[in-house]
Each structure stands twice: as C-alpha cells, then as structure tokens.
Write a protein that binds this ligand. Structure first.
Ligand SMILES: Cc1cc2nc3c(=O)[nH]c(=O)nc-3n(C[C@H](O)[C@H](O)[C@H](O)COP(=O)(O)O)c2cc1C
Length: 176
C-alpha cells in the first residue's frame, strides 16, 4: 500500500508557505510521497501515515489555522507521527528565540495529547510594506514590538533543508 505524508501549513503573508514548499520538496527528494495543503483546506487525514504541520507565531500565539487543525484532526493526529515547525523570530537575539519557544510551548500545552516527533522553530520574514489590517495598525502603535521594525528575512534555508532531510529518515520507518 502506498503511504503518504501531508505537509499542512498556516500562513498570513506567505513566508511559512514557502518553507512548507521547501520541506515538501526535500521530503519528496528523499523518496516520500507528499501532499502540500493549506491547513484549513484539509478535511481528513485518513489517507496519511505522517503529518508535518507548519505555522507562524502572531502576537505570541500559534496561527489560528494551525490551532484549528490540531483541534479538528485531534483523533487522527493522536495516532500518527507528526512534526511541527514554526516561524517567528525576526532577529538573531537569543531573547526573541526563547520567547518564541515559550509561546509555542504554552500554546501546544493546550493540546496535551499532542506528542510531536519534533518541534522546530525557524526565523521568519517581515516586510512592513506588505502588512494588512490589523497588522498595519499594530505596526503604527509606538508601544507595539513591530513599530518601526525594519524588513527582514532570517529564514535559514540550509537549516530548513537539513531539518527536512532528517525528518524524512525519522518519518520513513513509520511509513514502511
Ligand atoms: C503583526 C505581527 C506579529 C508578530 N508576532 C510575533 C510574535 O509574537 N512572536 C514571533 O516570534 N514572531 C512574530 N511575528 C513574526 C512572524 O511570525 C513572521 O513574520 C513569520 O515569518 C510570518 O509568517 P507568514 O508570512 O507565513 O505569515 C509577527 C509578525 C507580525 C507581522
């Protein structure tokens, strides 16, 4: 029987989607059969043997489409190997990465049944010119952490590809 892996993602401005695309490609290059889908568009996990979920952090929380995915598919996800990756930090400051990890742990703590095979944080991408409401409004508030923040893209594509490559071997045994 053919086994399939799902890469599901949530994304507001596309940077997590691009990472999900890169991870999909690496998994495929490593011999896995992979579908890439927006998390909201996934109706059933019936045909999948493993899942990779990707999402950005927004205002200290995992994107709602990822949280919704975990809630909606919780019975199926309990029985599958699942890896999660998250985009967030916009600089290399240690404090920002620690905060992202703590925010992620807090949100995943709401799903105590969820035991991912790996939980990875990658740096994110930020472009103040592309922000839509209400983020554009948030960026104008002097007290906001994104006020006057310059554009940045600290996604580390080598790290992303390495992670996906290792994931392929970790998900493989579950697929055989
Ligand atoms: C309004 C706004 C709030 C954000 N809040 C956080 C945050 O609380 N923690 C964090 O680590 N990153 C935060 N980020 C950074 C995003 O997670 C990062 O830009 C990510 O790459 C966006 O993914 P997307 O392009 O897929 O939507 C925020 C970005 C924006 C625009």
């Amino acid at each position: 029987m053919e086994t399939r892996t799902l890469v599901a993602y949530a994304s507001k401005y596309g940077s997590t989607k691009e990472v999900a695309e890169s991870i999909t490609k690496i998994l495929q290059e490593n011999g896995l059969t992979v579908d890439l889908e927006h998390a909201k568009k996934v109706h059933s996990l019936e045909e999948y043997s493993a899942v990779v979920l990707g999402a950005p952090i927004y205002v200290t929380h995992l994107h709602k489409d990822a949280a919704g995915f975990l809630s909606k598919h919780h019975e199926a996800l309990k029985k599958l190997p699942v890896a999660i990756f998250v985009l967030g930090p916009l600089s290399n400051e240690e404090e920002e990465w620690k905060e992202a990890r703590s925010n992620l742990d807090k949100d995943l703590g709401k799903f105590p049944w969820f035991r991912p095979v790996d939980t990875k944080i990658f740096g994110g991408k930020f472009d103040p010119k592309n922000l839509r409401f209400p983020d554009s409004l948030l960026a104008r508030l002097p007290a906001s952490p994104i006020h006057n923040m310059p554009a940045s893209d600290i996604r580390d594509w080598i790290e992303i590809r390495d992670w996906a490559g290792q994931l392929a071997t970790r998900l493989q045994p579950a697929l055989t």
